[in-house]
Design a protein around this ligand. Structure first.
Ligand code: SF4
Ligand code: SF4
Length: 411
């Protein structure tokens, strides 16, 4: 049944046998659970691997982390378990590197008991991540379904910080505003026209800048209280108790990016989330890969394919003002009119109601590139090895500016 897939489903029996080293693919939160499940099943894992070279500097859960593109040098033969949600791209990359024994983590996570372990993230947060991971791997094997592992629902372009290199392009907005007029309607239209959405990520700017942020979340969960919500926040604004209280018995989690002193309410937010038993993850901002310029490159088709191939954000599906985009760069560049309007870059959920399902399918399954990619410097996992990247490389996160940055506006 799974013959046409590079990654295989049944891994436990095969991996228990002696053989080449076993590597878990990518350092996502679920990777820790995959490691626990392996140990429980008697599978000896040797290492992790990840496409971001900066993540390979430190061990993860006590094991070495290899840089995936350089794996062959260190492990000429290896067996792999993919923990990353984008199993298709991971499997393809490993296959291109010359590896053949590649497995999904689905079988391992099927009966994983989250409560049995203490993880690096809170228990509800891990439970939510595992649910999404299992669903996306399931859909990989199904093949016929349209699914979005996550959708970034942009509820405002206002931010409480002014990062010069914001990859969502907030630094260009002169007239930042909330986008909540038809958000719920757009979310429903989208869910009616795709088979599965793993997570609804509530983002901005800073989503808590929109005073209706909690109502919007409750609006999204109204139709289906099992919908998984992840609020991406910079922790500058403390949520009110009654707002958090309204998420009781719902699958709402927070992802706090900790910008040190700038995230002035991070401790308070963490305390409140604990108090209301809401899952969260708090992570330091780390360095960024610069990808915030909007400028035309006039790339050839093969160069455009390369920039798209190397892009780590091409499946960060984004909903902004009733339009579905496949990445936040295109969403905001189009919203700002910083790129020429091109219908090939998005699906307008409200005006393209005919054949909407097919139009969405075509957009999210794009394998080549979008016209807007020519205006992007590229967003590779690893800027040092990317072949088609025009940005500054790794930069300090969250450098603040007091100005709105200028850009060329198209008609
Ligand atoms: S990167 Fe900075 S400006 Fe952009 S949304 Fe996050 S906190 Fe706001
Ligand atoms: S514009 Fe293209 S290359 Fe840039 S982030 Fe989006 S999908 Fe990636």
């Amino acid at each position: 049944m799974f013959m046409d897939k590079i990654a295989k489903y049944e891994c436990v029996e095969a991996l228990k046998k002696n053989g080449s080293p076993i590597v878990i693919v990518s350092l996502v939160e679920e990777s820790e659970a995959v490691l626990n499940a392996c140990r429980e099943a008697g599978i000896q894992v040797s290492a992790f691997c990840d496409n971001e070279s900066r993540k390979t500097k430190r061990d993860f859960c006590g094991l070495k982390v290899f840089h995936t593109p350089a794996l062959k040098k260190y492990l000429p033969e290896a067996r792999f378990i993919i923990a990353h949600h984008n199993i298709k791209d991971c499997a393809r990359q490993l296959h291109e590197l010359g590896y053949n024994e590649i497995y999904s983590s689905l079988e391992l996570l099927k009966n994983y008991n989250v409560t049995k372990y203490k993880h690096r993230v809170t228990q509800p947060y891990m439970a939510s991540k595992i649910l999404t991971s299992k669903a996306t791997h399931d859909l990989y094997f199904d093949g016929s379904k349209t699914f979005l592992r996550s959708i970034d629902v942009m509820i405002t372009t206002k931010c409480s910080m002014n990062c010069k290199n914001c990859c969502n392009l907030m630094q260009y907005y002169v007239d930042a505003k909330n986008t909540d007029e038809k958000i719920i309607e757009a979310v429903e239209l989208l869910t009616e026209n795709v088979d599965y959405i793993g997570e609804f990520r509530i983002i901005g700017g800073e989503p808590l800048m929109n005073k209706n942020w909690a109502e919007i979340i409750n609006g999204i969960t109204k139709k289906d209280s099992n919908r998984k919500i992840l609020v991406y926040t910079n922790a500058t604004i403390s949520p009110k108790d009654e707002q958090l209280e309204s998420f009781k018995n719902k699958n709402v989690n927070f992802y706090i990016t900790d910008y040190g002193k700038l995230s002035k309410n991070a401790d308070k937010m963490e305390e409140k989330l604990k108090h209301h038993n809401i899952g969260y993850m708090r992570k330091p901002a780390d360095n960024w890969v610069d990808c915030s310029n909007v400028r035309q490159h006039n790339r050839s088709v093969s160069r455009l394919k390369q920039v798209f191939k190397e892009c780590c954000a091409k499946k960060f599906y984004t909903l902004l003002n009733g339009k579905l985009y496949t990445c936040p760069f295109i969403a905001n560049a189009a919203n700002l009119k910083a790129i020429p309007d091109n219908k090939a870059d998005y699906v307008d959920l409200f005006s393209e109601k005919q054949n909407l399902k097919n139009k969405i399918k075509r957009l999210i399954n794009m394998e080549n590139f979008f016209p807007a990619c020519d205006f992007c410097d590229g967003r590779p996992n690893d800027p040092t090895t990317a072949l088609e990247y025009a940005g500054e490389g790794l930069i300090k996160a969250a450098e603040q500016t007091s100005e709105r940055l200028p850009y060329r506006e198209y008609e």
